[in-house]
Design a protein around this ligand. Sequence first.
Ligand code: ADP
Ligand code: MG
Length: 402
Amino acid sequence: MMDKNAVSRVPAVLAQADRKLKIAVLFGGRSGEHEVSLDSARSVLAVLDPQKYEIFQVGITHAGSWLTGPDALQALASGQTDNLLPCTILPDPSKTALFVIRSKDQGQVQENSKFEYEHSKYEYEKLTDLDVVFPVLHGTYGEDGTLQGLLEMADLAYVGAGVTGSSVGMDKGVFKDVMRAIRIPTVESIIVLRSEIEKSIEQVIRQAEEVAAYPLFIKPANLGSSVGITKCNSRADLGEALLEAAAFDRRVLVERGVDAREIEVSVLGNDDPQASVPGEVLPSREFYSYESKYVDGTSGLLIPAPLPPEVAEKIRRMAVDAYKAIDCAGMARVDFFVEKKSGAIYLNELNTIPGFTSISMYPKLWEASGLPYASLVDRLVDLALERKADRSRTERKFRRTS
Ligand SMILES: Nc1ncnc2c1ncn2[C@@H]1O[C@H](COP(=O)(O)OP(=O)(O)O)[C@@H](O)[C@H]1O
Ligand SMILES: [Mg+2]
C-alpha cells in the first residue's frame, strides 16, 4: 500500500517564511489548451491562501502577450483586457521580478501593437519581486520547456518540471523512445515528419500500415487535450488524419490502436517522487477525445481504479520510474493503457502540467491518497522552492588552477 506519510515529508521551506510569499500565477497561453488553462487556474487561485501568499495574476493571451491585473483571469476569460497592464519577466537573474511595461511617450503599450512597440520608448517598472512562479499553462509555450527556459534564465523558483522533463514529456515520440530505453512498455509507434507527408503521402501510408493492423491512432507529437488526434479504422481515414495531425505539428505519431482501459497515476515530488493511487477514466465517446474530456462533461473517473493490487503497484512503480527517467520535478500525471484482452500494461504519456481544476484527475487522485487540494498546491510551491535551493548549490564557474 502507499505510504501516506510520504506526502508530508518535504522540508517545510514554506513554514520558515516569515512573510507572505510573492507568487505569480501564469495562465492562458499560446496553446490549443488556453481555455483549459483558465479553468485550471481558476481552481488554483481559489485555494491559494491569502494569509500565506501575495498573489499576482498573469494572463498570457492567445497571441502570447503577458498581461497583469488583480482580476486578469476574469478579464482574459471575458476578452475584456483593456484594464490590464502589459508585463514581463526578464532573463536576468539580478532582477527576479515582475515588470510592468510602460510607454514613455504614448501612454501604455497596447497588446499586439507592433507599431507602438516599434515607435515608442518604453520602460520596465518593477511591479513586485517574486519568490515563486506557478505556471498553470497546458501545452505549447507553457508545458513544453520553453517557458521553463525563461524561468531558469531568470533564476526564479517555479512549480513543475524543468526544461528537460517538460520538453521530453511534451514530445510523444521522444518520450516513447526514452521509455523504450528504460524498458517500460509503450504501444508500437513511429514518428513521421510533416515534410515526409507532404512529399509522398502514399509512402507514409505504407510506412504507417507496417506499424500494426488497423485501428491506428494518428497524433501530433507535441500537443495535448486530444487535439488533432484521429482513430483510423481503415486506409480510407489515414490520409486525412495524417494531414490533420500535420497541421498541428511538424512531427506526427502513428500508433497501434489498443482496446484498453485508461489508468492514470499522479506523481508528486522532486528527487524522491511519490505515486498516488491509480484512477481510471471512463471516456464518454469512442476514445477520450477533446469533446469527451471537456464538452460532454460525462466522462467518468473511477478513484481508485478497480485493479488487482499487484497491477496497481506495478503501474505506480512504472509511473515513478518514467518520472525520474525524464528528470521531472514537482508533479506529473502519468497515463497508462491496460489492454482489455491481454492485460498488458503500456505507458501512454506523461503530462507535466496536468489538468488542475479541483475536479481533475491529478488533484482527485491526491485527495484519495490523503492530500487535499489546498495542501497539494502548498506542497507544489514548497517543492519549487526546494528545487531552487538545490539549483543554487550548483557550481557555475570553473576556476582553472593553472
Ligand atoms: N494507441 C491508442 N490506442 C487506443 N486509444 C488511444 C491510443 N492513443 C490515444 N488513444 C485515445 O486518445 C486519447 C488521447 O490520446 P493521448 O495520447 O493521451 O493524447 P493527449 O496528449 O491529447 O491526451 C487517449 O486518452 C485515448 O482515449
Ligand atoms: Mg492523454
